[in-house]
Ligand binder design. Sequence first.
Ligand code: DAH
Length: 346
Amino acid sequence: MLELIESLEKTGLSELSAVSTPDALEAWRLSYLAGSGKLKAAMAGFKDVPREQKPAVGARMNQVKAALEAAFEEKKAVISAGAAAHAERIDVTEPGFISSQSFGRAHIITRVIEELCEVFGRMGFAVAEGPELEDDEHNFIKLNIPAGHPARDPIDNFYVDSPLTNARPRMIRSQTSTVQIRVMEAAVKEGGGRLARPIKIVSPGRVYRPDTVDATHSFMFHQIEGLYLDRNVSMVDLKTTLLQFARAYFGEDAEVRLRPSFFPFTEPSAELDMKIRLRPDQPARWIELGGCGMVDPAVLELCGIDPEEWGGFAFGFGIERIAMGRYGIPDIRLLFENDLRFLRQV
Ligand code: DAH
């Protein structure tokens, strides 16, 4: 009986050591450990073992059973670890397959804003931002547009508070010129109540006006505002800056012109037009990009800046108009309808 058990252990362990697949392991388990297996069969002979040998044979039998079971568990762990490692093996040199998935990208307006900030950045303008929810102090009063001015008419603005019952009604801004005021206020605060350094910023952002939508108008659009304050800034600097901008952004043959105009916050004021061909079948025509001028001394005073010491120019252009000119987009509505067939083209 003892010999039978010993040989069972020997052959069992040696056969198990040759096992390398889950199927072979299962066959081994059935052969040795299962109810119909060799171990059970050997144990059946225990009843015939002489009584005095029973404790020793019994102990040895338990040892062999434990040894075979432990060896089985160990092998099982090795084989399943191997299978997992195999499953995870990836050939990194395999070429990937090109999926039909398309990649997103920034909207054309966002890209134009980035390009404009880059071009003005090269001319020394930092980028400033301001809130879209404004008050009439920044949208009007400090821009020299006092109470009663026609530009404040509720027909032409999106007021949040009624301008009839509120002294300081809030509104969603109708122009990015609000940021000029905020930047000047912040610089004066920084200087302890006076302006102590030049200001040179551009500020892109959304503006809102209850305009009727057509090919060149929308109730929401984007502007880029510019402000340059220093000692001895002249109209020539304004003209040069705008010409340089036009050539850098639209190309050396860009045609621009300044037309005398009026804005409450600049004196003198001008409008910047650019010759743009919006449709290939139509001749290029003059399109108004926005306004500009020398900052009115009244605005500087309202912001706590001494107009005897500081002066400069400002401008505010429509970004959609610039995008339309730069990329030949004939209708502003295309920019907001988000038709993928259009967005993929530009
Ligand atoms: N804020 C003006 C508008 O929306 C545009 C403008 C004109 C901005 C002259 C300026 C400027 O900074 O100097 O129509």
